[in-house]
Design a protein around this ligand. Structure first.
Ligand SMILES: NC(=O)c1ccc[n+]([C@@H]2O[C@H](COP(=O)([O-])OP(=O)(O)OC[C@H]3O[C@@H](n4cnc5c(N)ncnc54)[C@H](O)[C@@H]3O)[C@@H](O)[C@H]2O)c1
Length: 382
């Protein structure tokens, strides 16, 4: 493989450009190709984003110098696109969710394994240094036995009846929305940090807006463009705006998560509190440089992100000295550093440090059991 690894990005709405920006901050990686829904848009976006080549998806697959493909399209396209990329012999970084159905994700896991290609799912929130800090402190015993987990992931970008996005359409997004879209990050972090496995779930969903006003013109996620009332049609909504899920873990402990896309003022707030027998950890993604460590018999601690104070593994995800805040865009950069180190070796590591297709499958399985539990209004085993 040449010294500079060449990559292509498929889909350039909200998250595609975030992948691009992260890749531009990694040495010896170059995004040389872009794919969009049609060639005309691909060329326009390539010009805007400063990417040399615009391709159709099929033509991009034929370009031998492209080693890695980032899939940043709506959920229903992930399976077919990830499969085609692997079959073309390229490494793949897919957005979450890995697919919309478990059997599709299973097929991708086994195809990636048989090809030996690098495969990753962009669970980038694992790459907040504080999240790695909590994980490594738990591993070294500083949390103690996990008593309970309390998590929430709250947003407000679907608060109004006029807020609309392809995520509201199950044929594009899948049968779950808030859980699949943001709950998946929270559940991934819960298992990642605690080292526990969720064994049973009991879910209760609500759809606050039973109908929404769908714009008759396409708008990109978070673009906040304004339309007049004549530009909308009223459509029924059948996925959850809000969900509460009780959790049981394999060590016998319990937890709960609340996920909502209709909480005014909560822009993008993942909060996790893990109660252990030695300490209590709390992390909030809107204040990502701080870790609160609760104590019973001494003063509580407030640990600021600082490579000099973090465990070596967590310090490895920090690029700036203490007090120089890092945030959401840095998570993808840190994740891609690990993924591209694997790409450089040409194959998936035996024990990857980054989230893989297997992790993507795990989240689909948990998500599907959560949907089933809400339908049955009963506990469901994972
Ligand atoms: N990891 C994260 O933090 C995070 C954050 C946001 C979104 N996401 C995931 O990223 C994916 C995209 O979300 P988004 O918010 O960027 O959506 P978006 O609607 O803003 O962008 C989607 C892009 O895909 C393009 N597209 C659609 N069909 C295509 C096709 N057939 N070929 C090529 N391009 C096509 C669209 O034109 C658009 O530019 C989703 O799966 C979402 O779950 C992840």
């Amino acid at each position: 493989m040449s010294q500079t690894i060449k990559a292509a990005i498929v889909g350039t709405g909200f998250i595609g450009p975030a992948h691009l920006e992260a890749l531009r901050r990694i040495p010896n990686v170059m995004v040389t190709g872009l794919v969009e829904v049609n060639q005309e848009l691909a060329e326009e976006k390539a010009r805007l984003l400063g990417i040399p080549n615009a391709y159709t998806f099929e033509d991009m697959l034929k370009v031998s110098e492209i080693d890695v493909v980032h899939i940043c399209t709506p959920n229903f396209l992930h399976y077919a696109q990830a499969k085609a990329v692997l079959e073309a012999g390229k490494h793949v970084i897919c957005e979450k969710p890995l697919a919309v159905k478990i059997d599709e994700a299973e097929e991708l896991v086994s195809l990636a394994k048989s090809k030996g290609l690098v495969n990753a799912v962009h669970f980038n929130l694992r790459y907040y240094p504080v999240v790695r800090q909590m994980k490594t402190m738990r591993e070294s015993g500083e949390l103690g036995e996990v008593y309970a987990v309390m998590g929430s992931y709250l947003q407000d970008w679907l608060f109004l009846q006029t807020d609309y996005n392809w995520r509201l359409e199950p044929d594009k997004s899948g049968d779950s929305r808030a859980i699949a879209d943001i709950g998946s990050h929270l559940l991934d972090i819960t298992e990642y940090v605690t080292g526990l496995k969720i064994t049973e779930v009991m879910a209760d969903f609500s759809t606050v807006h039973k109908t929404r006003l769908k714009p008759l013109k396409a708008i990109e996620t978070y673009s906040g463009k304004m339309l007049s009332m004549d530009d909308y049609e009223e459509v029924p909504i059948n996925t959850e705006d809000h969900a509460t899920v009780m959790l049981r873990f394999d060590n016998g402990s319990k937890g709960s998560i609340t996920v909502s896309q209709v909480n005014a003022g909560r822009k993008n707030r993942l909060n996790i509190e893990i109660a252990g027998s030695k300490s209590n950890f709390e992390f909030n993604s809107e204040r990502p440089n701080e870790l609160w460590i609760g104590k019973r018999e001494s003063a509580n601690q407030h640990l600021m992100k600082d490579p000099a104070l973090f465990t070596p593994e967590a310090a490895g995800l920090i690029s700036f000295p203490g007090g120089h805040n890092e945030g959401f865009p840095d998570t993808s950069k840190q994740m891609f550093k690990e993924v591209y180190a694997a790409v450089r070796t040409g194959k998936q590591p035996d024990s990857p440090s980054f989230p893989t297709f297997a992790d993507g499958l795990r989240e689909l399985i948990i998500g599907e059991r959560i949907i089933e539990s809400n339908k049955k209004q009963a506990w469901v085993k994972i």
